[in-house]
Ligand binder design. Structure first.
Ligand code: S3P
Length: 440
């Protein structure tokens, strides 16, 4: 298989129906929580991507049995604190910040040193955002380079509940502490800035003692240690972050229509829909239903040729955090200057996405004004690229690759996009689905 993707033509009008693969956040959470349950859990429509495979490999290394069947994955949980800790254990979270950070929350009782490593991209990311709160449980961390992977963790014998103020709007930080609370006596109190709430909904469904009080800006969560977690079957809904690439593809292609079936539309994840609709995109949620507290919908998108710039309200940042690269593409084709502020968290992702987004837009001939935590994008509704563009994605960021493919198919030009295998991180079937939409 060639290592790069060549796109020389824009996509033609389409009218299609697709399914995207299972949600990454929910897949990783199901794997980790099933490992703490007592007995056999089955996961259906689990995302079979590198990040989730890394999660399965990690729990296997910790003594949990995993079996793969044609239609589902089975995990034989060993109960809370049921991991088996072999000597000199190294766990590889590969590219996944979610896995690395959430798993540390489950390791707070590890009786001996466990090493956590990751790939080049993950090794550049900050881990102090979870190690600092986890230290309050009595856990110790050792680094080669401060706050970065590789690190080693030694747990505490009797961790006690903590008070934690989460101020970044990071679901990874919140969930890491929530997972640690499963292994701690007493109560853990968290005041968290709004972020995706899949962990809370799963805790509620699993009858883990959790109380949540919501205010406009913060969620106040308190968790008591459960006696036991019941084994649970779960059908993972489609991933809205994967869907977002096709929402933008349809919005920016003339006379086209797309129905994406069975997508998780939890309101803490739908910022991309709110933002695109404010910009004039035509997006409709149909057939809405509830599955164990999660909202699921079919998403209908129609092309729009009347896009306007946005001054994006910062309250939407967390619920659209993984979708900004494709949102920037819509801004590039909208009338006026769009402004996205307080988005420094984008530079903490698999690659510095605020910088990358700006750089790619500049290559496309779009003017941007970039600061440490904001970007202004000067839209060109008639943008039609004719030049050659080469994207070398040195940290192999899956979303940089997919954003570039959508840009090529909607804005023209001859594109050579490197690191095709990066899609395996979150969305291995991305190109297959793209071909299905493109096939006349
Ligand atoms: C995730 C939370 C987000 C998101 C990531 C998945 C999760 O990260 O960017 O892709 O599953 O909890 P932060 O919590 O760091 O914002």
């Amino acid at each position: 298989m060639s290592k790069f993707l060549l796109i020389k033509k824009k996509i033609k009008t389409f009218n299609k129906q697709i399914y995207v693969s299972g949600d990454k956040s929910l897949s990783i959470r199901w794997v980790l929580l099933a490992s703490q349950a007592t007995g056999k859990s089955k996961g259906y429509n689990l995302l079979m991507s590198e990040d989730v495979l890394a999660a399965l490999d990690s729990i296997k290394k910790l003594g949990i049995k995993v079996r793969m069947y044609k239609n589902y994955c089975e995990i034989l949980g060993n109960g809370i604190n049921g991991f088996k800790y072999k000597k000199n254990l190294t766990i590889n979270a590969r590219n996944s910040g979610t896995l690395g950070r959430l798993l540390l929350g489950l390791l707070i009782k590890a009786p001996q040193k466990i090493k956590l490593i990751g790939d080049e991209s993950l090794s550049k990311r900050d881990f102090s955002r979870v190690t600092l709160p986890l230290e309050k449980f009595g856990v110790k961390f050792y680094y080669k380079i401060k706050n970065k992977l590789p690190l080693a963790i030694i747990g505490s014998e009797f961790p006690k509940g903590i008070k934690y103020l989460e101020d970044k709007g990071s679901a990874q930080c919140k969930s890491s502490v929530m997972f640690a609370a499963l292994n701690s006596s007493g109560t853990t109190f968290i005041r968290a800035k709004k972020s995706r709430n899949h962990s809370e909904l799963l805790f509620k469904y699993l009858k883990i003692p959790i109380k949540i009080k919501k205010t406009k800006k913060y969620d106040f969560i308190n968790i008591k240690q459960p006696k036991k977690i019941m084994a649970f079957n779960y059908e993972i809904p489609g991933d809205i972050s994967s869907s977002a690439f096709f929402m933008v593809l349809t919005t920016l292609t003339n006379n086209s229509k797309l129905l994406i079936k069975d997508v998780n539309t939890n309101p803490s994840r739908t910022g991309v829909i709110t933002i695109l609709k404010k910009m004039g995109a035509k997006i409709l949620l149909k057939n809405q239903r509830n599955y164990r507290g999660e909202k699921i919908s079919d998403i209908l998108i129609e092309s729009s040729n009347n896009l306007k710039a946005i001054n994006c309200p910062s309250e939407l940042n967390s619920s659209a955090i993984d979708e900004f690269l494709v949102i920037f593409l819509v801004a590039a084709k909208a009338k006026g200057i769009s402004y996205f502020k307080n988005v420094s968290e984008l530079n903490q992702k698999e690659s510095p996405r605020l910088k990358w987004g700006s750089k790619i837009l500049n290559m496309m001939g779009i003017k941007t004004k970039l600061t440490k935590d904001s970007i202004k994008i000067h839209g060109q509704p008639n943008l039609d690229i004719t030049k050659n563009i080469v994207i070398k994605n040195y940290l192999k960021d899956h979303r940089v690759f997919m954003m570039s493919a959508i840009a090529a198919l909607t804005c023209g030009g001859q594109w050579k996009i490197h690191d095709k295998s990066s899609i395996d991180t979150s969305f291995p079937s991305f190109l297959k689905i793209l071909n299905k939409i493109n096939d006349k």
